[in-house]
Write a protein that binds this ligand. Structure first.
Ligand code: NDP
Length: 254
């Protein structure tokens, strides 16, 4: 078979938050590109349903139950992925949460929950996988950031989320620089609005800004973002590290 830079045959990948929405589409795209994939999330039932569906379609996908707000669970998830897959070449930090409220109304619990998962858990999972990749001598990490980490999105109801995604982008760059000598690439994808449970694109508070005013006048399907992750994870991006790939249908152009 001719060499194909996007081919992930023989690669082992872990996708956090991989049982629905964008994470599920990423897991499918990685597996369709030849990778063996483990998905980690809290809802074991939903994970099992996805794994069954994926395997029925001939994809190599396994599930891991893990609440990433628990440090011990992150260590266990990483160990389980390595044990099940045989190694870990690719980590996709996709799990994330968002609350919509003006700053006056954001509770401490909401603020902490957003940073705990979107930043702290991502950091812990990255370091856990990074240790393994350093020993192996290679690795590719793709973090899911957001246009919310690049611009102040209207109607300005995501102060914690926006800040957390800016932190994800900067952490991506910090680790890319630090780990380049270890042959570990660290990149991020910054999607625009995607039709998933997280984004209330049909909510009249958001539709005028997120859909009507967008250059393409629509949001993305998860399957339209996933290939960007495959690209960054693959050898096609072998000289790309520390980048934040914007996949937003032109949203940040104006
Ligand atoms: P969803 O809410 O559809 O999915 C979130 C995923 O994260 C689920 O699989 C969920 O599984 C998992 N998850 C949530 N909390 C935890 C936890 N504590 N431990 C482990 N897993 C957890 O969201 P999206 O698919 O839309 O979002 C995926 C990523 O994309 C996020 O990082 C988000 O910020 C980002 N993004 C989304 C955009 C959008 O418009 N939707 C735009 C830009 C970026 P479970 O509940 O079973 O744990």
């Amino acid at each position: 078979m001719p060499y194909h830079a996007f081919d992930l045959t023989g690669r082992r990948a872990l996708v956090t938050g991989g049982n629905q929405g964008l994470g599920k589409a990423i897991a499918v795209a990685l597996a369709q590109s030849g990778a063996r994939v483990a998905v980690a999330a809290r809802n074991a039932q939903r994970t099992a349903e996805f794994v069954t569906e994926a395997r029925a379609g001939g994809l190599d996908v396994t599930g891991i139950e893990a609440d990433l707000t628990d440090d011990a669970a992150i260590e266990r998830m990483t160990g389980e992925a390595i044990a099940t897959l045989g190694a870990l070449d690719i980590l996709v930090n996709n799990a994330g949460i968002c609350f919509h409220a003006e700053s006056w109304d954001v509770t401490d619990e909401e603020w902490n929950a957003v940073f705990d998962l979107n930043v702290r858990a991502l950091w812990k999972a990255t370091v856990a996988a990074g240790r393994h990749m350093r020993t192996a001598g290679h690795g590719s990490i793709v973090n899911i950031g957001s246009i919310s980490g690049l611009i102040v999105n209207r109607p300005q109801m995501q102060p914690a989320y926006n800040s957390s995604k800016a932190a994800v982008h900067q952490l991506t760059k910090s680790l890319a620089a630090e780990w380049a000598p270890h042959n570990i690439r660290v990149n991020a994808v910054a999607p625009g609005y995607i039709k998933t449970d997280m984004a209330p694109v049909d909510d009249p508070r958001f539709t005028p800004y997120w859909i009507d005013d967008a250059p393409m006048q629509r949001c993305a399907l998860p399957e339209e973002i996933a290939p960007s992750v495959v690209f960054l994870a693959s050898e096609a991006a072998s000289f790309i590290t520390g980048s934040v790939l914007v996949a937003d249908g032109g949203y940040t152009l104006w």
